[in-house]
Design a protein around this ligand. Structure first.
Ligand code: ZN
Ligand code: ZN
Length: 412
């Protein structure tokens, strides 16, 4: 399945200048007044498709859920993965198209703001119901039994499409074309649950809460840096919260630092708290050394979006390698890749990581439902990659990432 990014027409909250944003943009810098703002929402981003309807009081906005993400399913043969990008009716109405089709790809959308007027139908189906529906649908084509399914990097948004009625006909208000020649006589959109739109978008100030300096970051980054006091910040509700960050210094020039989450977790169902435990459960060809019992075990996951097969491979390689030497508690000064995967999403991968480590695997998979992993402590760690012609390479852990694969990941 191909995934894509929505484009959004936006106005600078400071000076009103128009701009076009990508769906993944978070840090917005106005090209006129240079003021920066950080976009955040209480729950989901809500968008409106542009419309062209004649003056009518029968105009209404119909909600679709859009789901984007990677779905991983553990079956006996291994881990199956899918990239999913779908839209689905959020209200059951059989004469409205069941999905948005290609319209949200072709058109520029708008954020729903407090100024947006109109009658918006209230979603009947929750995001959880849609997620379950998609997961079940994917499950149908998988070999049984399916031991475990999880979603990583998922994003839900609500997209509202405009319709109106005229002389008993239903019109699509984007093209102004009739969709249905005869509506049921008892149909009145305004009698359904709905009303003014729910606007949840917020713009938060990008000044460092510690020192007042302007925070830095790429436009799609969910984590900003202060280059003055060398701290890292993530939006939590209406403000920026400090994130523990460190880096592993690399050698030589032209380094590119990629961000990873290092997670300490409480694991039930298998004993895995130290490096010695890892050597034992993963059956690593190493002679146990004294002191390994005292080295804590950490899960490692990418803190950026990347294709599902590469995502899993990076989790496995780094978790087996357990990078631990010489971490410096700062943000590196070299070029860095933006953080685009939330901690809560990274955490979804931990149980899957276990199934790639633990030996014998089949026996472990069969009792996977009795295993639980609770994250306790998280740190962001930048690792130093060398740049060669096609790949980013971290030779000490034998890891390479194709440059194109990282480039295409902005659509995931
Ligand atoms: Zn501006
Ligand atoms: Zn600062």
């Amino acid at each position: 399945m191909k995934s894509y990014n929505i484009r959004i027409e936006h106005q600078c909250p400071q000076c009103g200048a128009p701009a076009i944003l990508e769906e993944t943009d978070r840090l917005f810098t106005c090209s006129f007044c240079r003021v920066r703002s950080y976009l955040t929402v209480r729950d989901y981003f809500r968008y409106l498709l542009p419309f062209n309807a004649p003056e009518t009081d029968s105009l209404f906005f119909f909600p679709y859920w859009r789901f984007k993400g990677m779905i991983f399913s553990q079956v006996m043969e291994g881990i199956r993965h899918q990239v999913v990008d779908v839209s689905h009716q959020a209200v059951d109405l059989r004469f409205i198209p069941p999905s948005l089709g290609f319209r949200s790809q072709a058109l520029k959308l708008k954020f729903i703001s407090p100024e947006t007027k109109g009658f918006f139908l209230k979603p009947e189906r929750s995001a959880d119901m849609i997620r379950e529906h998609i997961t079940d649908f994917i499950g149908l084509s998988l070999p049984k039994p399916v031991f475990y399914q999880t979603h990583i990097g998922e994003a839900f948004s609500l997209i509202y499409a405009p319709f109106y009625t005229q002389n008993g006909r239903l019109f699509d208000a984007i093209l102004n074309e009739p969709l249905l020649q005869r509506l049921p006589e008892d149909f009145h959109a305004m009698s359904l649950a709905g009303g003014s739109p729910d606007s949840t978008i917020r713009f938060i100030s990008t000044l460092c809460p510690d020192c007042g300096w302007d925070l830095q970051g790429a436009r799609d980054s969910i984590l900003l840096h202060c280059s003055n006091c060398e701290t890292a910040w993530m939006p939590v509700k209406n403000r920026f919260k400090k994130v523990k960050a460190a880096y592993l210094p690399g050698e030589g020039g032209g380094l590119f630092y990629l961000p990873f989450w290092r997670i300490r977790a409480e694991i039930q169902g298998i004993e895995l708290t130290s490096y010695a435990d890892l050597v034992r459960v993963a059956n690593l060809p190493k002679v146990l050394r004294s002191g390994w019992k005292e080295l804590p075990f950490y899960f490692w996951t990418p803190a950026f979006k990347i294709r599902p097969d590469l995502f899993l491979r990076l989790c496995t390689s780094l978790t087996l390698s357990q990078p631990r030497n010489d971490l410096v508690q700062h943000i590196p000064k070299d070029k860095i890749h933006s953080v685009t995967l939330e901690i809560s999403e990274a955490v979804e991968s931990l149980k899957l990581s276990l199934t790639t480590l633990v030996k014998p695997r089949n026996e472990f998979i069969e009792r996977l439902s009795d295993v639980s992993v609770n994250p306790k402590n998280v740190m962001l760690v930048y690792l130093p990659f060398q740049t060669d012609r096609h790949d980013y390479v971290l030779s000490r852990f034998s890891i390479s990432i194709n440059k194109n694969a990282l480039g295409f990941a902005s659509n995931l």
